[in-house]
Write a protein of this length. Structure first.
Lengths: 113, 114
């Protein structure tokens, strides 16, 4: 089946630093989604990408849909303590963006003051 | 508050037992999705219902079943529980398949099987 591998698995960064993480797939996706999960909560959608090469921003977050359609990248600029959490990429395996999401392995972000 | 309500928040039960997890979607959403999150398997899609009908199945065990009722709430039934079924179970909802990218997730039910 489809697998989404995220790297790094975890990272410690200092407040104010920029963060980069990526997600790679063994197969092509037509949509890429990036989520953040806080402890004890469900994933919250951050950014949705629908077209190869697309670059989309949401505040300090910027995500890119890779040209090959097998990867995606998420950047966080000027990190702050509330950025702590687990970031997941996801792609739909069925019809429509919300069907049969395959989630990545996650990147755990921890910010030190 | 995401608008997706899951109950109970926590559940502790013994092996071999059966439990029912409940999900109320956001107002106006017709699609409900169930996911399981465990340490070893990560977040995995289980099943999707749209307006009362099953639309897609993922890695859902035969011991698990779900349904969506006329009022659009959904229930996930887990039977003959095993220790390995301990996990967070999430429900997500969207207006319809193909709309509302990714759906909106509830806060989950944490199931512990002892």
């Amino acid at each position: 089946g489809q697998q989404l591998n995220q790297s790094p698995q975890s990272m410690f960064i200092q407040e104010g630093e920029d963060v980069s993480m990526n997600c790679t797939s063994s197969s092509i996706f037509n949509t890429w989604l990036w989520y953040k999960q806080d402890p004890g909560e469900g994933p919250v959608l951050l950014i949705a990408l629908y077209k190869a090469g697309e670059l989309t921003s949401n505040g300090r977050l910027t995500a890119q849909f890779g040209i090959t359609r097998k990867d995606s990248f998420l950047n966080i600029s000027a990190s702050i303590p509330s950025d702590v959490g687990i970031y997941f990429c996801a792609g739909p395996g069925g019809t429509g963006t919300a069907s049969k999401l395959t989630f990545g392995t996650g990147t755990r972000l921890q910010v030190t003051l | 508050d995401s608008g997706v309500t899951q109950t109970p928040k926590h559940l502790i039960t013994a092996t071999g037992q059966r439990v029912t997890l409940r999900c109320s979607p956001r107002s106006g959403d017709l699609s409900v999705y169930w996911y399981q999150q465990s340490l070893d398997q990560g977040l995995q899609f289980l099943i999707h219902y749209y307006n009362g009908e099953e639309r897609a199945k993922g890695n859902i065990l035969e011991r698990f079943s779900a349904q969506q009722f006329p009022d659009l709430h959904s229930e996930l039934n887990l039977s003959s529980l095993e220790l390995g079924d301990s996990a967070l179970y999430f429900c997500a909802s969207s207006v319809a398949p193909g709309q509302g990218a990714g759906g909106t997730f509830g806060s989950g039910t944490r199931l512990t099987v002892v």
